[in-house]
Design a protein around this ligand. Sequence first.
Ligand code: ADP
Length: 489
Amino acid sequence: MLDSVRVRLTLWYTGLLAVFLVLLSLITYFIFWRSTLQRTDVNLAELSEAFLTTVQAEMLDNHGPDAAKLATQEAIVEHRFRDHVFAVIDAKGGLLASSQDLPNEDVPVGLLGSEGFQKLLADSAGTERRFENVKGGRSGYRAFVRKFPLKGQTYTLAILQSLHPQNEMLEEVRATFAWVIPIAIVLASIGGYFLARKSLAPVMAMSNQAGRIGAENLHERLPIQNAKDELGRLAAAFNELLERVDQSFERQRRFMSDASHELRTPAAILRGESEVALSRSERPAEEYRESLAVLHAEAQRLTQIVEDLFTLTRADAGQYPLAPRDIYLDELVADCAHAARSLALAKQITLTCEVPEELPMRADEALLRRMILNLLDNAIKYTPAGGRVTVLGERSGNEYAVSVTDSGPGIPEDLQQKVFERFFRVDKARTRMENDGGGAGLGLSIARWIAEAHHGRLVLARSDLNGSTFTALLPAPVAVPSAAAPLTR
Ligand code: ADP
């Protein structure tokens, strides 16, 4: 049950509310209790003033040695209230007059003789005024003791007010809190539960909907009721994630279908050629040789495609380990140009290499070699016989630039960015016919990944009817990571 956010929210809410209500009640009760006590004290002080005024007035009518006693007794009779007890004590501690002797069923017999009252008198001997609680009766008494002068003598006046009415009121307040608080908590927790349920209903709907989304309906999205609130933002983030997953799925699907398409052609040629070779039991050796040459070329092409696919898959997963070491890029460029010379010669293409300065750097030599050879291979492949190919390695600001320029037919403007996509060939049919054994459209994707894995980039700097220039820009010098970054497409 505690696994439900709804229940946990409700419990938290109810618990906090309960603590808050109890604290609030305690504070309210305390303030109420204190103000009641203060009111009682003010009342007692006022009563004492009135009493002493009456005593003064009574003194005018009484004379003789017992004048003080008589005056205070008469004042007591006048101020006789149900809940109050008056007592006047002379300087020797003797009880001069008190309302205790008057019939009053609310005042317990012996209150003035009680230990509490006697202690109060003893404690207040040195003080002018004193308030204190005294035990007795049903709820105790609030006592006010003050000194007053009469005919040259000092007397003590004690007024005790029963705390019963106040205590009854406080009891009522306590009883009210005792049933109001639990009811408030129960009602609030029921309300809180429904509120939590209502607030979390969109989350439930989202999770149900998300549960229904699979590979076959990845294009479906979660409904967004209010894009600005937290749930709306959650749904939007989820939809963005779905979008990325969908795109990645789509890319994988395209990759798989393109890959199988590319593999199908050499496989079909292999099968066809071998069937032809086997169709007759006896053939001249020359024909077998020709068939084997075709089979060999297609097998090589198959191997190349499979290797390229493997490289790209590892690059995608960020699992292609780079082997960086200190190299001279100028030497590498010259080496690659040298390696491509025979290819160029075969097509009577003039291949020139320019590396005017030393270009030291830290890089994976094998990968950079693959990148440059790829560019050179393309330049030679797509340049008609008798053309020119130039490879140039130079420093350009903080970067090294390796440019391969050819005098080929160029790439149409609208397709210039597409050449870096996997399996893309400007003219698939033409490429296949003119260049038997040509690539599968993966070479530039791999070359671009190699540049990016070295924190650089590969761009098509220029392409028009006079030819194309592909430029790889690499930071100089560069700190190469130990594993290649995933390929960006
Ligand atoms: P491929 O292995 O088919 O050469 P690439 O990825 O290397 O694949 O190149 C993709 C496509 O870009 C090529 O099929 C070709 O149409 C075009 N291309 C690449 N380099 C050149 C170039 N130097 N001149 C003209 N077209 C080019």
